[in-house]
Each structure stands twice: as structure tokens, then as C-alpha cells.
Design a protein around this ligand. Structure first.
Ligand code: C2E
Ligand code: MG
Ligand code: MG
Length: 728
């Protein structure tokens, strides 16, 4: 072998070795590359299989699933294998409500090769529902052609549920806000409205859109804005978290709307104030009602005039002023209508009420606007005259009131007249309490009334002394009955034709332990006012009936003694009257026909219907009735026929005027004649002289009573009178 050949072989060998080295190196590189690839795939697999999301790779040509990560099984609830076998199966899992849209998007993506992103619900084989978010994007080859899609799907059920819950709660808030019966508004820290509800816009008369253009300041009552604003500042400075105030708004039409406003500040996570939540309750109605209640509490419902409470309040203010300011003078007028009861009873309460309203108006017109007319109740009015110069100024007002009341009132076809008695009290007497000056004015009014009504009087101290005496009398009277201080006196009534005793009139006497005998004129009126007349009257009636019966039994040969007993108006108003009279007759065993009850004209006139009813009822017991003091009251000859009575007692004033020559007997004659025409008999009261007796006999007056025959006598003396059976 030549050297050349050997060199050639060596060279060949070298190149072979080189080649082997090269192959080995290539081998090594490939091996490394392979290892790297495997490692990378392993890493991908690990990632793909360990994250929460589902990874997938789909062939763009065949729709075939090239890879699906195992999380698919938990999310879809189906095996990966089933998907490899049926790549369409995950389309069928889509919730029917979402499938149309989802499938359309998938198909578009396959056609266009666009990115894909969609959220939809799937139904797992166990029927549970899962929200998924699927994103896929195309992978292209070197030529730019899409050969596969790679994607991720994640379970977003929790997020969707949270979103749904949020949406629901927002909806709920919206509804609550919108439908709330109270006004609600969200406002910026600067007071602009950002959201308002219907109730608020309704209360303020603005549309919701109009309100959103406005701020709190613009619709607040100017006097209330500052308070509101200052409180808001406190919320902004985190000094408070909320506040509540009563506040007035001005509605679109200018109305004032009273509200209760509650404001809460809403802050972010860092406690930085964001906005205000406002709740606005319309309390206008409540406020109006409160106002009305206050007004009602201080005013008389019928006339709308101030009532006692308000009057006393103003009086107190005046009193304070006069105490502060030397020489300051004011006056109180106490006014009581005369015989208002007669109006009420004759034309009815409705007209009576209207009359009171009209009188209230006239009184208001008689005074200065700064003065006060109040109605204390019933027919009592009071007037407060402020800052007067003298007593005569108060008198002038009283006179002008007197004047204004002289004009008749025309009410529902009736022409009504009224007068009033007025008591005037001036502040110059140094009063301490408002009640005191009112009491004195009242007292003075009473005195004016006693002096004959339709007049005014000015208070002086003697009036108070009289009132004190009167109070004492009242106190003593209350005890008198229990202490047996009353006694019945009997005054004979004689038959003028026969000249014999016919009966007696029972008359009350009070034997006061210190003051001695007191006549009825001094205590009967007080008894009537205090109600004491009821027990006193009953006692006296029983006593008189008992006495009459005992005399009848004791003097059987004498024609049965009749007993006349006076009944006062008060007793007629007492519902027990009939029962009581019947009880007494039964208890004393006196026959009704021997009892004669005396009533005055005014009792009849004041309440004709009711009194007639009572009389008719008592007449069933044969009790008789006579009209006492006839002629002094309403001169009611024209009424006479309407009175269901048996006897007329001619008042002694007529009898006493009858003179020996027959003068002044015309009235007596007229009364006797009329009474006889009406089938009534007549008793003449106060016969003192033989001449009066003679004339009355001539006029055929049936009975007589008077000092001529006898003064009223105590029981024993009266009995002696029967025993003697005198003859005239
Ligand atoms: P009256 O019912 O008209 O009684 C008659 C009064 O005239 C009696 O006065 C009597 O004393 C007086 N009188 C009788 N005859 C004469 C006379 O010839 N001359 C004068 N100047 N007076 C005479 P009295 O007892 O003072 O009673 C006054 C009034 O008091 C009575 O007037 C009667 O209205 C009332 N009264 C008396 N007792 C009662 C009573 O028990 N109940 C009631 N409700 N009233 C009574
Ligand atoms: Mg009498
Ligand atoms: Mg009389």
C-alpha cells in the first residue's frame, strides 16, 4: 500500500471520524432539544392541569379537540374523554337561554378567525348551573392561516352571583327610594340634588327633573337655611354622622311645606364624606293640626273669640305691665246678657247660638283692635281695654256697647232684642293676680244685674264687702239645714165670701244663731244660686204637708186645711221633683187636693212647655197650682190662658194701691174678671185694711191673705188660730 494510499485512507478515516463526531454532536443536540421539549411540555401540562381555568386547543380545520385540561371535568361536570370523543358535546351543555347567542359567536369566530370572548351558563349533568367565561384566540401558521384555536374557560359563577345580588340590591334600593312614601334625596356636599324621589317632588310641587336643577338652599325657607347649613358643615367635618331637624321648604307655588328632615352623611372607606342621604317627611298636616289645636285651646268654639285661657293670659301680661310701669291703666269689663235663657228657651238653642255669635261681632266692633273680647262661656263675655287714660274711657266703651246692643238682631226671621249688665274693674286697685280683677268685674256685673239689669257699674270696695258678707251667708246657709235652723211659718188664707179660714201659706224662716230671724228675701235667692233650694224646698214641703195633715186630723170639724207651698224655678229644673212631691204626699198621708203649689210667672214663661208637662203630671194627684205675685213679671195677661193653673195670686203691690175711694182698683178688677173667665179663682195678697177687704169682696175675689188677717205665724200660733176659728 503506497504511502499515498495510506494517506488517503487516513484522510478518509479522519473525515469519517469527523463525521461521526458531527453525528454524535448532532445527536447530542437533538437529544438536548428533545429533553427540553419534553420538559417544556411537562411544564405546560403541569400549569394547564393545576390552574383553576380550563385550557383547550381546538383544531380550526376539523373542530377536533386537540387538548382539554382536566379542570374541564370539575367545571363542566363531564369527563375530558367524552369531549375528545364528541367535540360538540360542550355546546349541548350551554343553558338554553344563552345557547343561541353563544353558538352564533363561536360559529362566527370559526369563520372569521377572530378573538372570542363570551359569558354564558352551562348546565351540568347534575342540573347545577355554572356561569363560565370563555376566551379563545386563533393560532396561525407561517402562511398566516388559522390552524387552531387556543382558549381558556373559567368558572365565574361566584362573581356572577355577586353581581346579581348587587344588581338586585341596587334595584331594591332604587325601588325603595323611588316608591318611598316619604321624600328622599341624595345631595352633594354642596347641597345640589343628584337624586330625588317622587314623594319629594310631589310634596314640593316640582318635577323630579326640576329638582335636580336646584339645591337645598334654593328651596329652603330663608329662616331655616342657616341652621340646616351649619349642621351639614358638622357632618362634613365628621363631628356628627347625622342630624334631624324640623324645617320649612318653599314649594313651587310658594306654599310653605313643614317637614321633618333627617340627613345622614355617606363616606368612603377612608371616612371621607361623599354625599348626603336626606329623608324628608312632610308634616304640614300635623303642623296645621297642632296650630289648630293651639288655636282651639285658646278660642271659643262657637264664636271664635278668645276663650278664658287666652283672656287670662293677656290679662296677666297687662297686669305685669301695670306693675312695671307706674300709672299704666287698663280695665276689665265683665258682661252678662240679661235673660238670655229666655231667648234660648223660646226660640231654641240654635238661634241662641247665632245670637251669641252676632253679639260677639258687635262687641268686637265696639273696641279698639288692640283690645280683647273673650267669651267665657254661656252668655258671659269679658273685655280687656289696654292702656286707657282714665275710668271715663272704660265707661265710654261700656256705653257704646250698651248702645250697640239696643239695635235688634235679625236671626232667621226673628227679631231679637237683648240687653246686658256690665261690671267694670280698673287696674288702679293694685291687683296682684288676674283672677282678682276678673272676680271684681264679675262681682260688679252681678251688682249691676241686681240693680235692675241693662246697666253698667264700676267696681268699688263696698262691693267687695257685700260679696264677702254674701259669701259668709252662703257658708252659714250650707250648715243651717243640718243644724235645724230653718223653721216654717204659716200665714192664714181666708175665704172672703165665707169669712173663714181656708188654709195657710207655708213660708220659710231662718233662725240664725247670731243674727237672729232672717227673712226669705235675704236667703232664698242665695239658696237658688247655690242649689241649696232643693234640699231646703223638699224639707219645707214635707214639713208643711205633715203639719197640714196633723191639723186636719186634730180638727175634723173644721173644713180640711189646705196648704200652699212656694216652689222656685230651680226646683222645676230638678228632674226628681215629681217623684219627690209624690213621695212626700205618701209619707205625710196628705191628699193631693189639699196641696197648692205656688210658682211665679217667670218660672212659667222661661220654660212653658217643660213646666206645663210637670204641672199636668202632678195634677193627676189633684195637686193645685197658683201663680204667685201675679202682675209683677211679664204682665202676661195675654199669656194667662196658656197656663194650666187653678189660682192667681194678685201681687200685694196692686192690693196696697187700692184706695178707700175705689181708685186704682181697675187692674185688680181686670185680673179678677179675666181669671174668672178662664175658670181660675183669685187670692189677693197683702190685704192690710178693711177697705181693701171690702173692695175685694165686691170684686168677688175668692180668697185673701195679709196682715189684716194675720202675719205669718209659728206652728203653735197657727194652730191656735185654727182652734179659735175666727170669723171676719
Ligand atoms: P210670697 O210667696 O209672695 O209670700 C208672701 C209674702 O208676703 C210673705 O213674705 C209674707 O210675709 C208677705 N205678706 C203677707 N201679707 C202681707 C201684708 O199684708 N203686707 C205685707 N207688707 N207683706 C205681706 P215673706 O215670708 O218674707 O216671703 C217672701 C217671699 O219669699 C215669698 O213671697 C216667697 O216668694 C219667698 N219664699 C218664702 N218661703 C219660701 C219657700 O219656702 N220656698 C220658696 N221657693 N220661696 C219662699
Ligand atoms: Mg207665695
Ligand atoms: Mg206672693
Amino acid at each position: 500500500m503506497s504511502e499515498q494510499e495510506i494517506t488517503g485512507i487516513l484522510q478518509q478515516q479522519n473525515s469519517l471520524l469527523n463525521r461521526v463526531e458531527e453525528v454524535l454532536a448532532e445527536n447530542q443536540r437533538l437529544r438536548t432539544e428533545f429533553l427540553e421539549l419534553t420538559e417544556r411540555e411537562e411544564r405546560f401540562r403541569q400549569i394547564a392541569e393545576n390552574v383553576r381555568e380550563v385550557f383547550f386547543v381546538i383544531s380550526a380545520k376539523t373542530d377536533e379537540i386537540l387538548y382539554i385540561s382536566p379542570t374541564y371535568e370539575t367545571v363542566w361536570g363531564r369527563s375530558c374523554q367524552s369531549l375528545y370523543e364528541d367535540p360538540q358535546s360542550w355546546l349541548f351543555a350551554i343553558h338554553p337561554e344563552d345557547s343561541f347567542k353563544a353558538i352564533a359567536t363561536i360559529e362566527t369566530q370559526f369563520r372569521t378567525g377572530d378573538d372570542f370572548e363570551e359569558e354564558y351558563r352551562i348546565i351540568r349533568p347534575d342540573q347545577s348551573i355554572c356561569w363560565v367565561r370563555v376566551r379563545a384566540f386563533p393560532v396561525r401558521d407561517v402562511m398566516g392561516k388559522v390552524n387552531r384555536f387556543v382558549g381558556i374557560a373559567e368558572d365565574i359563577t361566584k362573581r356572577r352571583d355577586a353581581e346579581e345580588a348587587l344588581r338586585k340590591s341596587e334595584e331594591q334600593f332604587r325601588l325603595t327610594f323611588e316608591m318611598a312614601p316619604i321624600g328622599m334625596a341624595i345631595s352633594t356636599l354642596k347641597g345640589k340634588f343628584t337624586r330625588v324621589n317622587y314623594a319629594l317632588s310631589n310634596a314640593l310641587g316640582y318635577s323630579q327633573v326640576e329638582l335636580l336643577e336646584l339645591s337645598f338652599a334654593e328651596i329652603s325657607h330663608p329662616d331655616d337655611w342657616e341652621t340646616h347649613h351649619n349642621l351639614e358643615k358638622m357632618l362634613i367635618n365628621s363631628e356628627e354622622s347625622n342630624f334631624q331637624i324640623e324645617k320649612r321648604f318653599i314649594a313651587k307655588d310658594g306654599r310653605i311645606v313643614d317637614t321633618l328632615l333627617k340627613v345622614v352623611v355617606v363616606c368612603d372607606a377612608n371616612n371621607k364624606p361623599l354625599h348626603f342621604n336626606n329623608q324628608i317627611v312632610d308634616i304640614t298636616e300635623r303642623k296645621n293640626m297642632e296650630q289648630q289645636l293651639i288655636h282651639d285651646a285658646l278660642h271659643d268654639a262657637l264664636t271664635g273669640l278668645p276663650n278664658r285661657a287666652l283672656f287670662m293670659d293677656r290679662l296677666e301680661q297687662q297686669l305685669k305691665r301695670s306693675q312695671r310701669q307706674g300709672g299704666y291703666l287698663f280695665a276689665v269689663l265683665f258682661l252678662d246678657l240679661d235673660r238670655f235663657k229666655v231667648v234660648n228657651d223660646s226660640v231654641g238653642h240654635l238661634i241662641g247660638d247665632k245670637l251669641l255669635i252676632e253679639i260677639g261681632r258687635r262687641l268686637e266692633k265696639s273696641i279698639a283692635p288692640t283690645d280683647t273680647v273673650a267669651r267665657l262661656g254661656g252668655d258671659e263675655f269679658t273685655i280687656l281695654l289696654e292702656d286707657i287714660s282714665s275710668k271715663s274711657q272704660a265707661i265710654l266703651v261700656a256705653e257704646s256697647i250698651y248702645q250697640t246692643l239696643t239695635f235688634p238682631f235679625h236671626i232667621q226671621g226673628y227679631e231679637l232684642f237683648t240687653t246686658a249688665s256690665i261690671g267694670i274693674a280698673l287696674s288702679s286697685h293694685g291687683y296682684e293676680k288676674p283672677e282678682d280683677i276678673l272676680r271684681d268685674a264679675d262681682l260688679t256685673m252681678y251688682s249691676a244685674k241686681e240693680q235692675g239689669k241693662a246697666r253698667y257699674e264700676v267696681f268699688d270696695y263696698s262691693l267687695r264687702d257685700r260679696a264677702l258678707q254674701r259669701l259668709e251667708l252662703e257658708t252659714d246657709l250650707r250648715r243651717a239645714l243640718d243644724r235645724g235652723e230653718f223653721e216654717v211659718y204659716y200665714q192664714p188664707i181666708t175665704s172672703l165670701a165665707l169669712g173663714t179660714l181656708s188654709g195657710f201659706e207655708a213660708l220659710a224662716r231662718w233662725n240664725h244663731p247670731l243674727k237672729g230671724a232672717i227673712g226669705p228675701a235675704d236667703f232664698i235667692p242665695v239658696c237658688e244660686e247655690t242649689g241649696l233650694i232643693i234640699p231646703l224646698g223638699n224639707w219645707l214641703l214635707e214639713e208643711a204637708c205633715k203639719t197640714a195633715r196633723s191639723w186636719q186630723l186634730k180638727y175634723p170639724e173644721h173644713p180640711p186645711i189646705k196648704m200652699s207651698v212656694n216652689l222656685s224655678a230651680q226646683q222645676f229644673r230638678e228632674p226628681q221633683l215629681i217623684n219627690e212631691v209624690e213621695r212626700i204626699l205618701a209619707a205625710t198621708n196628705l191628699a193631693g187636693k189639699f196641696l197648692k203649689l205656688e210658682i211665679t210667672e217667670s218660672v212659667l214663661i222661661d220654660n212653658l212647655e217643660m213646666v206645663t208637662e210637670i204641672i199636668l203630671s202632678l195634677r193627676k194627684q189633684e195637686i193645685q197650682f197658683s201663680i204667685d205675685d201675679f202682675g209683677t213679671g211679664y204682665s202676661s195677661l195675654s199669656y194667662l190662658h196658656r197656663f194650666p193653673v187653678d189660682t192667681i195670686k194678685i201681687d200685694r203691690s196692686f192690693v196696697s194701691q187700692m184706695q178707700a175711694d175705689g181708685e186704682n182698683s181697675a187692674i185688680v178688677k181686670a185680673i179678677v174678671t179675666l181669671a174668672h173667665m178662664l175658670n181660675m179663682d183669685v187670692i189677693a195678697e197683702g190685704i192690710e185694711t178693711t177697705s181693701q177687704l171690702a173692695q175685694l169682696k165686691l170684686l168677688q175675689c175668692e180668697y185673701g191673705q195679709g196682715f189684716f188677717f194675720s202675719r205669718p205665724l209659728c206652728k203653735e200660733k197657727a194652730e191656735a188660730f185654727i182652734a179659735n176659728s175666727p170669723q171676719w
